[in-house]
Design a protein around this ligand. Sequence first.
Ligand SMILES: C[S@@+](CC[C@H](N)C(=O)[O-])C[C@H]1O[C@@H](n2cnc3c(N)ncnc32)[C@H](O)[C@@H]1O
Length: 264
Amino acid sequence: MGNSSTNGVDGDGETNFGFRRVPREEHAGLVSGVFESVADRYDVMNDLMSGGLHRLWKQALIDWINPRAGLRLADIAGGTGDVSFRYLEQIENTPDSEDSASQVTICDPNTAMLEVARAKALDKGHIQGIEFVEAPAENLPLADRSADICTISFGLRNVTDREAGLSEMHRVLDYGGHFLCLEFSPSVAPILAPLYDTYSKNVLPWLGEHIAGDREAYEYLVESIRRFPAPDALTTEMQNAGFGNIQHRIMSGGIVAIHSGWRL
Ligand SMILES: C[S@@+](CC[C@H](N)C(=O)[O-])C[C@H]1O[C@@H](n2cnc3c(N)ncnc32)[C@H](O)[C@@H]1O
């Protein structure tokens, strides 16, 4: 059941949370607990756990977007705003950035993660054109066709009802709007698999326990990656949600994938 469209939900109303089966209605609260507990150390843990690779993966996402001033970005599961701030910084380096204002919405259901994002926005001087919305992907309080670009980076794995989340992200995109999902993939190249397995099962939870102070949060991370759909299966889910012209790019030997689709 791991790769079903609703995040491994069985007929008995249970779903996977890390290595445990839990009632479906408890899943969002448990995921929330994970990010509540790591919010303060989230950015530093990303660097530590990925050896800085998450920066390259996010840059590849931004390059694929090809940011231009004046567009409306909805960054779903935006967390501490890492993707949004990279997007805005890229726009600041374009010649027309002075002429048209960009609008960025960082949307996340977790108060602690959004608080870190708000503090970072102030720190970086992003006061105007940035909005913070506390909501899950499955139920976005954003108007129909209110975004030109919709991103979800390392977020879709956490969404309890992926089908509803994808359909919501399709709904908020304008016609001709671009959807991009950056996520870990379970389809790691066989040559990397033994090393990656050892790293995931031993090193990551150890780092979680000793650096972030929460072993279970990082066991959840490993297990949620294992249960996430392989790239072709995610393409099918995106098609079912209405996206067209879907392409994906695999990076770092299949450790992560970027999916791109359009609202046509
Ligand atoms: C690994 S963080 C990714 C943050 C950011 N996008 C990044 O790439 O650094 C995952 C985020 O997903 C959020 N999340 C959890 N459940 C969610 C849901 N149902 N809908 C949207 N976001 C969710 C968490 O609160 C957390 O901030």
